[in-house]
Design a protein around this ligand. Structure first.
Ligand SMILES: NC(=O)c1ccc[n+]([C@@H]2O[C@H](COP(=O)([O-])OP(=O)(O)OC[C@H]3O[C@@H](n4cnc5c(N)ncnc54)[C@H](O)[C@@H]3O)[C@@H](O)[C@H]2O)c1
Length: 347
């Protein structure tokens, strides 16, 4: 088992991340025995009935449609009816949607109770369970209402990955490749050299993948909890990915769009002399070897351009683009225009 310590100086929070195989049952039992409450993704509760606590359990039908204020309110009412108090602890068991909604409930219930994250998708293990962002969709916008609420503990049992679909697995893996590409060239090499073991979901290999991804994300969050600078590096691949998701009307899964985004954004870095040819080849190579499709043809050029212009990282002076540059080190480039990015698609 790997144990990581995270400390966020801004909010004075310290917590630990445990990653290993077979660690969920004992931790879940301890949580229940100490009077804790659990919000579990209904699918996960069905697949792992023996793992679920015998009481104080809320089954949440996790989906983007149910990532709403109405579902949040339902969880808050349930906490109140169950008699949860200010010193109570809530555990979120599921993917990123469950973690975000339960985390937001914990952030606002009685002005904040503890949230323990037990992620069950690879995306949640390597990305969403660490960093403290919680929230729901609102007014047709994704994650538009939320709060920063750091977990009191993150418990990652890689055995959950056994039942995850291949699509969901690749969806999460894109975020590990992303963070390796901007923050850790050794980890990038590890992902390249251990591809078969990763794809087989070998427990020891996956313990390394999740613990290194979390350590890198935690280090970035420690340095920049609220995304004013360094944390922007985590957006590598995401500017173009969001345009692809919008243009394809979410027909392309987030992780697959991020993989395409990383390839196109690195092509941009190469054309501007920010990245060398070997970086471009390394990024395209690893993504192709893992089976991601890297080519995209915008369906509607206007929609695509508008989506780029509305990117969260766009200001009047252009887009702040997170890239991997020479020697595979993360870099923020300001003032990029949507038109320049569109040109990568031959438009
Ligand atoms: N808070 C953050 O920093 C952050 C970061 C990235 C993404 N997110 C959010 O995460 C969400 C996406 O998360 P996700 O990709 O984990 O999706 P998800 O929570 O919908 O889970 C994906 C699917 O996998 C199923 N599932 C979960 N665990 C399983 C298991 N072990 N075996 C079999 N099936 C399992 C779920 O029931 C669901 O159908 C988005 O809403 C996104 O906004 C948040």
């Amino acid at each position: 088992m790997t144990e990581l310590k995270v400390s966020i100086p801004v909010s004075g929070v310290n917590y630990k991340i445990l990653a290993g195989s077979g660690i969920a049952p004992e931790n879940m039992n301890n949580h229940f025995a100490s009077g804790g409450f659990t919000v579990a993704d209904g699918n996960v509760a069905d697949i792992y009935p023996r793992l679920m606590p015998s009481g104080r359990l809320y089954r949440y039908a996790a989906s983007e449609e149910n990532k709403t204020l109405a579902c949040l309110e339902d969880i808050l009412k349930w906490l109140r009816d169950e008699g949860a108090l200010r010193d109570g602890a809530l555990m979120a068991v599921g993917g990123g949607i469950t973690g975000d909604v339960a985390g937001f409930a914990a952030a606002v219930y009685m002005r904040g109770i503890k949230i323990i994250q037990m992620p069950t998708t690879l995306l949640a293990m390597v990305d969403s369970s660490v960093g403290g962002k919680t929230g729901v969709n609102f007014g047709g916008l994704k994650n538009n209402v939320g709060a920063f609420h750091q977990p009191s503990e993150v418990i990652i049992d890689v055995d959950f990955l056994r039942t995850l679909s291949d699509g969901e697995f690749l969806n999460g893996l894109a975020e590990s490749i992303k963070i390796a590409a901007v923050a850790d060239a050794d980890f990038f090499r590890f992902l390249k050299e251990n591809r078969l073991a990763v794809l087989e979901r070998d427990e020891k290999t996956m313990e390394t993948v999740v613990s290194r991804s979390c350590a890198l994300k935690a280090a970035i969050v420690e340095a920049d909890e609220k995304e004013s600078g360094l944390r922007k590096l985590l957006n590598f691949g995401h500017t173009i990915a969001h345009a692809i998701e919008t243009d394809s009307r979410h027909g392309i899964r987030h992780g697959c769009a991020v993989a395409m985004g990383m390839a196109y954004e690195t092509e941009y870095a190469f054309r501007r002399g920010i990245a060398d040819k070997d970086v471009l080849e390394a990024v395209r190579g690893i993504l192709t070897e893992y089976g991601y499709d890297l080519e995209y043809r915008p369906q509607n050029a206007d929609t695509f351009l508008k989506a780029l212009s509305k990117d969260k990282k766009a200001t009047r002076s252009g887009i702040s683009l997170a890239l991997t540059g020479k020697g595979m080190t993360g870099k923020i480039v300001n003032g990029v225009t949507p038109e320049e990015l569109c040109a990568l698609f031959g438009r």
